[in-house]
Design a protein around this ligand. Structure first.
Ligand code: ZN
Length: 181
């Protein structure tokens, strides 16, 4: 399989609600290979998460390579989470703000506020029902990736449209200010 291409904002597939996967599909070799290819594409693009719609597959599947439970030592390799047919619940209303980026919106970053704590119920690559509770940055990544499965991009959730910038300008004008806070 040649390397997967990540589609960008403006591509209509990024705006579709992805369809659920069947148990048969989840357990198929094709899905295991797809996850491997998605992981490669994510590494190439230096991302921590990738949703299937971003590689032009409108299915309820997203991967995240990050210590979402925040329990591993800092130098440990982050685990790969595969979220299939996920359902998200908000556990904590207070908003957590973060400058987000997206492999489908390259070169840009924007300030988004999201609920601080979420629970996800999902199916893993072995077809097993799982759930996970995450807070802070881990909750941001999960919400960002699972939004892709609903046709939502982070730009839809900008808290303040003036806090939307090219990454170079962000580094120049905003990152310093953030550090001072
Ligand atoms: Zn994204």
């Amino acid at each position: 399989m040649s390397s997967l291409e990540i589609i960008k904002m403006g591509h209509p597939v990024l705006r579709k609600i992805a369809r659920e996967m069947t148990s048969e599909e989840i357990l198929s070799t094709e899905t295991k290979l797809l996850v491997q290819e998605m992981q490669k594409a994510m590494h190439t693009a230096a991302g921590v998460g990738l949703a299937a719609p971003q590689i032009n597959r409108s299915i309820q599947l997203a991967i995240i390579e990050y210590d979402l439970k925040e329990e591993l030592p800092e130098d440990a390799d982050p685990p790969l989470y595969v979220f299939i047919n996920p359902k998200i619940s908000i556990l904590d209303k207070p908003q957590y703000g973060f400058w987000e980026g997206c492999l489908s919106v390259p070169g840009l970053t924007g300030y988004v506020e999201r609920p601080n704590k979420v629970r996800v119920d999902y199916i893993d690559l072995e077809g097993q029902a799982q759930n996970l509770t995450a807070e802070g940055f881990a909750a941001v990544i999960i919400q960002h990736e699972l939004d892709h499965l609903q046709g939502i991009l982070y730009v839809d959730r900008l808290a303040d449209p003036t806090k939307f910038a090219y990454q170079e300008e962000f580094q120049q004008f905003w990152s310093h200010e953030e550090e001072l806070e």
